[in-house]
Design a protein around this ligand. Sequence first.
Ligand SMILES: *[C@@H]1O[C@H](CO)[C@@H](O)[C@H](O)[C@H]1NC(C)=O
Ligand SMILES: *[C@@H]1O[C@H](CO)[C@@H](O)[C@H](O)[C@H]1NC(C)=O
Length: 424
Amino acid sequence: MPNPDHNRDKLLATCILGGVAAVGLTIYLARCHRRGSPSGRPVRVYMDGCFDMMHYGHCNALRQARALGDQLVVGVVSDAEIIANKGPPVTPLNERMIMVRAVKWVDEVIPDAPYAITEEFMRKLFDEYKIDFIIHGDDPCVLPDGTDAYALAKKAGRYKQIKRTEGVSSTDIVGRMLLCVRERSVSDVQNHSTLQRQFSTGRSPKFDDVVSDSRTKISQFLPTSRRIVQFSNEKSPGPDARVVYIDGAFDLFHAGHVETLRIARGLGDFLLVGIHTDQSVSAKRGVHRPIMSLHERSLSVLACRYVDEVIIGAPWEVSRDMITTFNISLVVHGTTAENTDFQKEQNNPYAVPISMGIFKVLESPLDITTTTLIRRIVANHEAYQKRNEKKAASEKKYYEGKTRTSYNCPYRTSMYSETHSFIV
Ligand SMILES: *[C@@H]1O[C@H](CO)[C@@H](O)[C@H](O)[C@H]1NC(C)=O
Ligand SMILES: *[C@@H]1O[C@H](CO)[C@@H](O)[C@H](O)[C@H]1NC(C)=O
């Protein structure tokens, strides 16, 4: 009779050996997977930008950059450098840092990056930050003196290019707000406070004229299922996961949203975010809202590292059915969310979770709302308009003789791009 203990030991030894072999194979495959680092260490790539009024186009660029290496280091240009090169940013460095850090493809962030990569900064990137490649979009990035901002990196043979995301730019977003202002300031000669009021209520008796005016150009974003998949985590909650639900418009996705999402995610294991439809946002906040469409807003939220899943077009009211379907343990609402009157409303959208004792109001750590951002732009609208026109003129000159598929530099320059698709 063979000793059963002996057999068991043999089996155990085989399992351990098998396990070691499997680990070895995994390590070997992981090495092969690393793209071209001779030392076997992870490939580190660098991308820089202003990331002012960060949108899903920036996020998509960061996603593509990350795919060219194993670790993505992002340089965020300082306020002073942006002011010197293109005028004041809408979002200051601290907000831009929160935004960039929150993007799920970003591994490290360098604050106060220079506007143009100098010889000295490039050395620092290579030696100190161990950067293998510097990444930028396939659009020319021209400095005020006419030189290429990435000339040095190209010369060093450490430059890689990605495709620019079509359909959006910060300037286009600023344009969406400025156009409304301009249309009305031409006819009514209104001051800023009345303009701000219109933005906050969204009510304009001339709205019909505004939309029919040929100058009201809104870039057309064509959402594809592929893009949504690229941005998704493709992960469902684990068996005992505590699902937290938060809903909102998430228009002009900003640092206030990010901080609220971070705290909400900390209250559970899986954060489900409900994005309200364009119709319900307009109904609650006025005809000029949302600035970004449902799909654009969904992509921005999906790119955030604290978010596990989104509902694209969530109902205004959190129903019992929804709570059961998604096994929601907690429903949260941020205090600086713009809809703070909900408790006074006849139909409190959170009546069901409140009655179930699973509703919580979150103290938002940052006092920023979508209205804050719009106000900053309206307050400075003349400066922004001048800056946009100046850039548009200089870029137009540059593009004369270039093909229509060339794009302006979305992460640095800011201008109206005639190469976008517009609907009138
Ligand atoms: C703006 O207009 C409102 C009324 O339309 C007026 O009360 C206010 O004083 C004006 N503000 C300035 C700065 O002109
Ligand atoms: C529902 O969520 C709870 C945690 O709140 C978890 O324990 C339970 O397993 C989940 N149920 C299902 C069916 O996933």
